[in-house]
Write a new protein. Structure first.
Length: 375
């Protein structure tokens, strides 16, 4: 019943998770294709503070995140946006633009009736709107691109039942996204802010997400030597690759070197038309996103950007199908269909994914029956 993060070694003279990263690995059947994308690292933050629940100092954490990431934003390595609201609808509206990291600040818990973790959005008149982990996974699937990392800075999002340690919000979400950082117990506002500060600082220094969590634990130890809150953060992964992002890859400005100006409009649009033939959408989509931010009222650029996003998401779905990742493929196709119903053969692809998942489920059931000696 004790958390694994409290494992202590007399031989090593310390807690293991402060000396080496500790990961809760979910062996999901579908493979994960690592995200390869040029900077900026796109972080979408959301705060939800329903009026009926305890007050949180979310504004302080939000401001600290902004201050920490400001130098990296200036260099074009990180872009931070915040959901304009606290409801499901506000989150869905913001997720359509896609993100690499989804950071939630608010309340969480475990619902024994549902048998899964929940977080609290704020519905009409600020009333709590409890969102189950499986529903949250569906919500995140509309993002284009989908987040590779979800950070749940809310209490008990890493807690499950004693009978099923993988029933928590984090463990459910990690079946959809590669990595989830959550809190297995209640955590104070100050400790949450300290952890977030060091976690992102390590992440943008190109550390793996496991090392970033360890850095956050160490920061909590230095912040208050008498606290055990460093035990609270937990990391769930469904991929053995902990390097989710590469902030020194193509497009990143070397330290001390000024960023190059964005590509000219004509060159980006020419690359867009070339991608229609080659199918290489990821680089040109990032260029079109930067150009669209520079020229938000340019109709041709906006149309090209939207077309490129859909084509890139559709291509991700096809690659997921090739990897037999039917759940991931369906999520990509569902996002495309939601943005533009009737796009290519996306309806047929969704039906094929559903059929393949049914076949896989039946095969798994037959294997279980065979193992149990029912044949």
């Amino acid at each position: 019943m004790l958390p694994w993060e409290l494992l202590f070694s007399d031989h090593l003279g310390g807690y293991l998770c402060r000396r080496s990263p500790m990961v809760r690995y979910v062996d999901a059947p579908e493979p994960v294709r690592p995200l390869t994308a040029p900077p900026p690292l796109r972080v979408l933050g959301m705060t939800a503070l329903p009026g009926d629940l305890a007050a949180l100092d979310a504004d302080t954490e939000q401001n600290r995140m902004q201050q920490l990431l400001a130098p990296l934003q200036a260099r074009g390595l990180v872009a931070v946006d915040w959901v304009a609201g606290q409801s499901w609808e506000a989150a869905q509206d913001a997720l359509y633009a896609g993100c690499h990291v989804f950071h939630f600040i608010g309340h969480g818990g475990f619902d024994p009736d549902r048998g899964e973790g929940v977080i609290a959005f704020a519905g009409e008149r600020g009333r709590p709107q409890l969102v189950g982990a499986s529903a949250l996974a569906d919500l995140l699937s509309v993002a284009d691109p989908m987040p590779q990392l979800v950070v749940l800075n809310s209490c008990q999002t890493g807690a499950g039942t004693a009978a099923d340690v993988f029933s928590s919000t984090a463990a459910t979400l990690v079946r959809t996204v590669p990595a989830v950082v959550a809190m297995q117990f209640a955590i104070t506002d100050e400790a949450a802010a300290v952890f977030s500060r060091e976690f992102y600082k390590a992440l943008v220094h190109n550390r793996g997400v496991d090392e970033a969590v360890r850095a956050g634990r160490i920061a909590l130890t230095g912040w208050n030597t008498d606290t055990l809150e460093w035990v609270t953060p937990v990391l769930y992964l469904r991929s053995r690759d902990t390097r989710l992002f590469d902030l020194t890859g193509p497009g990143a400005a070397p330290a001390g070197v000024d960023e190059q100006p964005p590509p000219a409009r004509g060159a980006v649009l020419a690359a867009y038309w070339a991608a229609r033939s080659t199918g290489e959408w990821e680089p040109v989509t990032a260029q079109l996103a930067a150009l669209h931010r520079q020229l938000p009222s340019d109709r041709e650029v906006e149309q090209a950007y939207q077309d490129a996003r859909l084509a890139a998401r559709y291509a991700q779905g096809r690659r997921a199908e090739q990897d037999q990742d039917w759940t991931g493929a369906a999520a990509h196709y569902q996002a495309v269909s939601g943005a533009r119903p009737g796009y290519r053969d996306v309806a047929a692809r969704l039906a094929e994914c559903a059929r393949r998942r049914e076949i896989a489920a039946l095969q798994e059931q037959l294997r279980a029956m065979f193992t149990a000696g029912q044949f």
